[in-house]
Design a protein around this ligand. Structure first.
Ligand SMILES: [Ca+2]
Ligand SMILES: [Ca+2]
Length: 194
């Protein structure tokens, strides 16, 4: 099952539509656990599931399934990776909260978590969708230590889209391009690579 968020109706009731079959994400394997990460570094989150070999016990017959997302790269995005100071904050920055601000009153918030479901852990990188926007007006990190750092520029540049921003607690931030692997042609939507 893969649900697409269709937004809310006039009464405020959210609606979702199962697009698994239409996107090629439906699968008869007996999956256990699911995690998301940007496996091909193109700025959208892809999905991996582990599969249960069942009574056969032959794990090699139940290889993991990677569902590559071919939808999201038409829009802009920002990825953020944190490294805590290893003293008052843990190195992985679990518990850190990142807020990005775009425009006057628009905010998005992401939390660095640990454990994302049964036997699974999503990527520790935080991904923000920016739509058509080319940059964010501010990036604010609230570290597990309680320290708050705010970035409106990195070096002399605004915080631009389609970048990975690495922030080390108390030591500043750097913006990096990611060496994206070639995406499948647009229109394939979500293609299963088995
Ligand atoms: Ca991706
Ligand atoms: Ca993609």
């Amino acid at each position: 099952m893969l649900l697409r968020n269709e937004g809310s109706d006039a009464a405020g009731v959210p609606h979702f539509y199962d697009v698994a079959m239409a996107t090629g994400a439906d699968d008869i394997k007996d999956a256990r656990g699911m995690a998301t990460a940007d496996f091909d570094n193109d700025g959208d989150l892809d999905i991996v599931t582990n599969n249960n070999p069942g009574d056969s016990g032959q794990a090699e017959k139940a290889r993991a399934t990677l569902l590559r997302n071919n939808v999201g790269t038409l829009r802009n995005w920002l990825a953020v990776e944190l490294r805590g100071d290893g003293k008052r904050s843990n190195r992985d920055a679990v518990g850190a909260l990142v807020t990005i601000k775009t425009g006057a009153n628009q905010k998005q918030v992401r939390l660095v978590g640990a454990g994302s479901g049964f036997a699974s852990q999503h990527t520790a990188r935080l991904y923000f969708g920016l739509g058509e926007r080319e940059q964010v007006s501010a990036l604010v990190v609230r570290w597990p230590s309680g320290r708050v750092e705010r970035f409106e520029k990195i070096g002399e540049q605004p915080v631009g889209a389609r970048r990975l921003v690495r922030v080390s607690e108390g030591e500043g931030a750097e913006a990096l391009g990611l060496p994206a692997r070639q995406s499948a042609p647009a229109g394939g939507q979500l293609a299963a690579a088995r």
